[in-house]
Structure formats: C-alpha cells, structure tokens
Design a protein around this ligand. Structure first.
Ligand code: FES
Length: 62
C-alpha cells in the first residue's frame, strides 16, 4: 500500500503491523493491508499496489 495515511499523511511504513492490518503511527487509524480500506469508525482508503514475487525477487507493479 501507499506509505501516506489518508488522514493527515502519517508515514504508514513506521506503523505497527498486526495480522493483515497496519496501524498509523500518528493517530492509530487501522488500515487493511489487502485493500487499503481504513477501518471503522474512521473512513478513507490508501492506494494499493500489486506485488509479484519471482524466485527471490519482489516486483512492485506501479
Ligand atoms: S495521520 Fe494516520 S491516523 Fe492520522
């Protein structure tokens, strides 16, 4: 997913990952890593990018 939180641009790469969710480090909004949707009671979404893995190489599809 994109690194920027839709709330106030928190750096999601610095958030805490738990299961299939990341928690924004600034205000703790919970975002689904599969589809980028911010979980209730908050709203919004983050861009999601397809990833392919070949052998041990990871490709980000932009
Ligand atoms: S900036 Fe991410 S929850 Fe506020």
């Amino acid at each position: 997913i994109h690194n920027i939180c839709p709330h106030k641009e928190g750096p999601l790469s610095e958030g805490t990952v738990s299961g299939e969710y990341v928690y924004c480090p600034l205000h703790d909004q919970k975002i689904d890593l599969n589809n980028g949707i911010v979980q209730e009671p908050d709203t919004g979404c983050v861009d999601v990018f397809k990833v392919e893995i070949e052998n041990e190489d990871v490709y980000l599809c932009l």
